[in-house]
Design a protein around this ligand. Structure first.
Ligand code: FAD
Length: 458
């Protein structure tokens, strides 16, 4: 049995994959470019908070870690929208009080690394993998502490969890018939901060994901345990207003006062943070194949880097881990070439679908959540879910609160567009459902919808 595995990258996905594989009896070594983040502090402006949803929890549960991670997660039951006119409606995420969970990426990563080491995974830090020789699986490594190059080949299998700019994927790019695309959106992001109030109190609703939608840009805030909020400004690089157009403190002050007056009051270090914290870009990567013979494979962002607007990058990466483990568990011969092929077959179409869903959701978050027609649609979707609980789930619910494949969810979205296209022109839904003729039409539209969904799900 080929049981020595080297994972590239001790990020979220690499650490979790390491735990799951080591628990299955494999011997796992992880090579990580960065120093040990449990000893070094995370640099300012890089302490992103992530939303964990069902797919993430399912993989953690498989590793027996759900309870450990719940201790560092805050439930968010919906979006609290902060409109420019000062109104702040709350939009629940699910019809059954479901939540997504705010987790600090740094804290989660540190915890997963420690848990991996407790399971026997060996993590080697400051080891940057520069090149992978695909046939021999030999890795060229740079020790970033001593600045010395070396080679590493003490393994049977290489799994690349080294993120959006994967070294293994770079080697795949040079092979024949490898498809690869990367696409940067015109927006970047910058971290900002709302501190805690007195006695670690939350200055805005604790159990919500806050959004200040402003059409072409938005500010969001996710809660932390100490009462503070980690905020992210998603903003165009160019144009007016943009990162490029705001050059002075005065320009920044006037922009934030005009666009986010309620948030500015809560952000005493706003202008310093704006100029001190880095501006980062957002990329979507699609590629194929994700595997090389029976030797190596891509997982997580290395296979499918996506923009963060559905809160699914980590969740999708964790789901990759769960599906890979199920594939290994179900394999009778434990032959890596077959395991890789089955994993790729299951995950590639989902990697593409979640990338598309994430790009679409940016428009929903920054613009549509404040649009009356969109809100009317959301209200109807919610009522459909209550009227037809076994038949109708919104696409958001499918993505965040179910195991429905991302590629199925995207097809269901089109069916829902058609269904809502029939319902919405009829006007006030609350009134209409009490009208027998409308209800008869609705039942028949739902029948057509169900037939379409059955065709998609197969
Ligand atoms: C602003 C923002 C908000 C987000 N919000 C969410 C959210 O709400 N929910 C969600 O699910 N996802 C979210 N994501 C996405 C999520 O952060 C990523 O999908 C997730 O971190 C991917 O994990 P990974 O382990 O695959 O890659 P990474 O987290 O990128 O980890 C890769 C690791 O590999 C190491 N590495 C890289 N190159 C090398 C090399 N050559 N040699 C050795 N080591 C290497 C890196 O140092 C790193 O430790 C967000 C992302 C951003 C940017």
């Amino acid at each position: 049995m080929k049981n020595k595995i080297t994972i590239l990258g001790a990020g979220l996905v690499g650490s979790l994959a390491g735990i799951l594989l080591q628990k299955r009896g494999y011997t796992v070594t992880i090579l990580e470019r960065r120093p040990d983040m449990r000893k070094a502090s995370i640099s300012a402006g890089k302490s992103i908070n992530l939303a964990m949803s069902l797919r993430g929890w399912a993989a953690l549960e498989m590793a027996g870690l759900r309870k450990e991670i719940e201790e560092i997660a805050i439930p968010m039951y919906g979006r609290q929208i902060h409109n420019i006119d000062g109104t702040s409606p709350f939009q629940a995420y699910g019809k059954n009080n479901e939540a997504i969970y705010s987790v600090s990426r740094g804290d989660l990563n540190k915890k997963l690394m420690s848990l991996a080491e407790q399971c026997g995974v060996r993590i080697l830090f400051n080891q940057r993998v520069d090149e992978v020789e695909l046939q021999s699986n030999k890795l060229s490594i740079m020790d970033l502490e001593s600045n010395t190059p070396s080679a590493f080949g003490d393994h049977d299998i290489v799994i690349a969890a080294d993120g959006a700019f994967s070294a293994l994927r770079n080697a795949y790019v040079k092979t024949d018939r490898f498809n690869y695309s990367q696409y940067y959106i015109e927006h970047g992001y910058k971290e900002l901060f709302i501190p805690a109030g007195e006695n670690n109190s939350f200055l805005i609703e604790e159990k919500a994901l806050h959004i200040w939608p402003r059409k072409n840009f938005m500010l969001i805030a996710l809660p932390n345990f100490d009462g503070s909020f980690t905020c992210t400004l998603f903003f165009p690089f160019e144009g007016n207003p943009s990162f490029a157009s705001i050059k002075t403190r005065e320009e920044a002050e006037s922009f934030f006062n005009e666009q986010f007056p309620d948030a500015v009051k809560l952000m005493p270090t706003l202008i310093d943070d704006y100029f001190k914290n880095p501006t980062s870009s957002l990329v979507t990567v699609k590629c194929f194949p994700w595997i090389y013979e029976d030797k190596s494979m891509l997982i997580g962002d290395a296979a499918h880097a996506i923009v963060p607007f559905y809160g699914q990058g980590m969740n999708a990466g964790f789901e990759d881990c769960r599906i890979l483990m199920e594939t290994i568990d179900n394999s009778t011969d434990k032959e890596w070439g077959n395991i890789f092929k089955t994993y790729q077959e299951a995950r590639k179409k989902n990697g593409d679908a979640v990338a598309d869903l994430a790009l679409q959701n940016f428009i929903e978050m920054r613009d549509l959540v404040a649009d009356p027609e969109f809100l009317a649609r959301k209200k109807i979707e919610k009522q459909l879910g209550l009227l037809y609980p076994a038949e109708f789930n919104s696409v958001y619910e499918m993505v965040s609160f179910s195991h429905t494949s991302y590629h199925v969810a995207i097809s269901c979205q089109k069916a829902q567009d058609r269904l809502l296209g029939k319902i919405m022109p009829a006007g006030d839904f609350d009134n209409n459902v009490n009208d027998q003729a409308f209800k008869t039409n609705l039942d028949s539209w739902m029948k057509e919808y169900n037939a379409e969904i059955a065709g998609i799900v197969g």
